[in-house]
Write a protein that binds this ligand. Sequence first.
Ligand SMILES: Cc1cc2nc3c(=O)[nH]c(=O)nc-3n(C[C@H](O)[C@H](O)[C@H](O)COP(=O)(O)OP(=O)(O)OC[C@H]3O[C@@H](n4cnc5c(N)ncnc54)[C@H](O)[C@@H]3O)c2cc1C
Length: 475
Amino acid sequence: MYDIIIIGAGITGSFIAHNLSKRQCKVLVIDKEADVANATSMANSAIIHAGYDPKPGTLKAKLNVLGNRMYPDICKELGVTYRKCSAFVVAVDPDESKILDTLKSQAEDRDVTCIDRSGEDARKLEPNLSPSVIRALEFPDTGIIYPWNVAIALMEEAVLNGTELKLCEKVVDITKTSSGYTVTTDKSVYESEYVINAAGLYADRIYEMALKSKPDYSIIPKRGEYYVLDEMAQTVVNRIIYPVPGPAGKGVLVIPTIHNNILLGPNSDITDSPDNNNNTASALNYVKQNVGKTVINIPYDKVIRTFAGLRPSGNDGDFYIKESESLSGFVNVACIDSPGLASAPAIAEYVINEVMQGRFNYELKSDYIHRTPIKYMNELDDEAKNEMIAQDPSYGEIVCRCCLVSKGEILDAIRRPVGATTVKGVKKRVGPGLGRCQGGFCEPLVVDILAEELGIDKTQVRYDSPDSVMLVDKM
Ligand SMILES: Cc1cc2nc3c(=O)[nH]c(=O)nc-3n(C[C@H](O)[C@H](O)[C@H](O)COP(=O)(O)OP(=O)(O)OC[C@H]3O[C@@H](n4cnc5c(N)ncnc54)[C@H](O)[C@@H]3O)c2cc1C
């Protein structure tokens, strides 16, 4: 019997699991995917928004501002990268400038730092801003992360401290019992006192399983598509460039990433299915047209890939974070679309301290263990690199030439708690395949290393899910 079962190992479930792992309680996390952060938390803009734009009075407004303030310390504690890169929200005409007035006053009300700049002043800092930009609000506390790195680090530390994690297990039924809940997966049956539903795009279906009737919220999947530019394009902008927000959300952005790529996107289109994350020519054209309104000189010959992510949007526009009125101990952490990533650490605290008000009041552990951060060779100076190689020569064997990832880092990614078991899992943790060649050179080498480390045949190595076969037979 567990105290708490968390369904979903995205950024939301990972922050909640990490927070609970500091306390004396027995927690199980279940996810249908082959890795942590493999759904919405994998494919998004990766921005820790400052929190000036959510509608006043919403949970989004409250938790975004709090989450933004929590990220720098949490990332430091976990040993993962957080970069405060700042952002401009730009206006191209007087009507848009009026929207900036509203954002500025919301920022002041929320104590979010905001600098009002003329178009000319903004262009001195960002020379590729369009000549049409007449005014910009700068939000210096806007940050960027790699969301999956944060989620994996959180889950790794939670597991080190006793949390159990079951991947590749799909929850198929939930039943209320006299002492809590029975959660049935496609592989096993588990009992717990409480259930936290952090199932993203499937949260409404998970709640329906427990309720045995339609819930009072529904998830509307909204797809956003992106171009990724090679790091050679990194000088296009230094800050994130947002247009003024509209009814469809924050609009099409130009975003620097932690690995010095540039993202262009996203659009926002309602889709028919929570699994349809295909790219479409029409959405990518829309992205191109809209980027051009705020930023010029985009080098489209430096596009190295495209991708799409799906927002688990709710039907009333705000996060839905509540204990069920009819099912005591069943907590929905649902409708977590943007700014869900930025809000996630504050969402975890809100669930534990406010929604459950003392019922998760387990004693804090005195012997909490911190993870050892991954050492990335391309972040070390020559002396530190040589020391690593002297200790373990596999750190001198470069596997990914684009991102300069060594065999030692790949072995570490596989061997650590919540280690990589797939090619995508290795890519998410240490980066081979993220660069210009997109794995063309290093992927077969990663397959070899995974097969050897996991003690399996190469034909059994998967790209991601159990059906993503890479090699079918030996020649
Ligand atoms: C295009 C786009 C851009 C965005 N940009 C930003 C941004 O810049 N900043 C920001 O703050 N937010 C952004 N967001 C929103 C942010 O990505 C989400 O709010 C956040 O990732 C949601 O995390 P989650 O953990 O709630 O959901 P998820 O990451 O989707 O996790 C839910 C998990 O539940 C699992 N699950 C579902 N059903 C079952 C089942 N039956 N059994 C077991 N497991 C199950 C899934 O496999 C999944 O891993 C963006 C979203 C999109 C799509």
